[in-house]
Design a protein around this ligand. Structure first.
Ligand SMILES: [Zn+2]
Length: 168
């Protein structure tokens, strides 16, 4: 088990663009394990969160790990094939913000993604609503984009406790 430290907002490494995975063996496998171990730890520690992108632990590769109530899976080298014109308004946070605050931003209601699973098999999948929002958040990380970059109205920042008071 190797829980990695999560880079925090302000760390320049979070602004770098990650590169594609070319080999599915060796170091790749131990890094996958670090990524999933770190998410499991954070979900327990912070009592929130559904996914983690590799750059968040300083591994600058196009890899995301999702641990959802219904399934857990890796997304390798994801590519957005299409996104809906319809936008939705969502409250977003991030382990890179230490989940200390939430921001209200807009995301596409649906996205169609092509990716590889951990064995390198090609998948094409559509995600809607809260999963679409999540996938867009994670793919942004691979491009060095953080949720705060999407904030249009600085009044739409609220602390986690206030978010919980309002929405939980
Ligand atoms: Zn994030």
């Amino acid at each position: 088990m190797a829980v990695k430290e999560v880079l925090l907002l302000g760390n320049p490494k979070l602004r770098e663009k990650s590169s594609n995975i070319k080999s599915f063996i060796g170091e790749f496998e131990s890094n996958l394990k670090n990524l999933s171990d770190t998410l499991y730890y954070l979900q327990k520690e912070k009592q929130i969160g559904r996914a983690i992108a590799a750059p968040q632990i300083g591994w600058l590769k196009n890899v995301i790990f999702y641990n959802l109530p219904e399934r857990a899976f890796f997304m390798v080298n994801p590519k957005i094939l299409s996104k809906s014109e319809i936008m939705i308004s969502v409250w977003d946070s991030c382990f890179c913000f230490d989940v200390a605050f939430f921001i209200e931003i807009e995301r596409h209601k649906e996205v169609k993604i092509q990716y590889l699973d951990r064995e390198g098999n090609k998948k094409i999948e559509e995600f809607n609503d809260d999963l679409s929002e999540l996938v867009q958040h994670e793919i942004d990380h691979l491009n060095g984009i953080l949720a705060t970059d999407r904030l249009k109205d600085p009044r739409k920042i609220i602390m986690r406790k206030e978010w919980e008071r309002r929405f939980k």
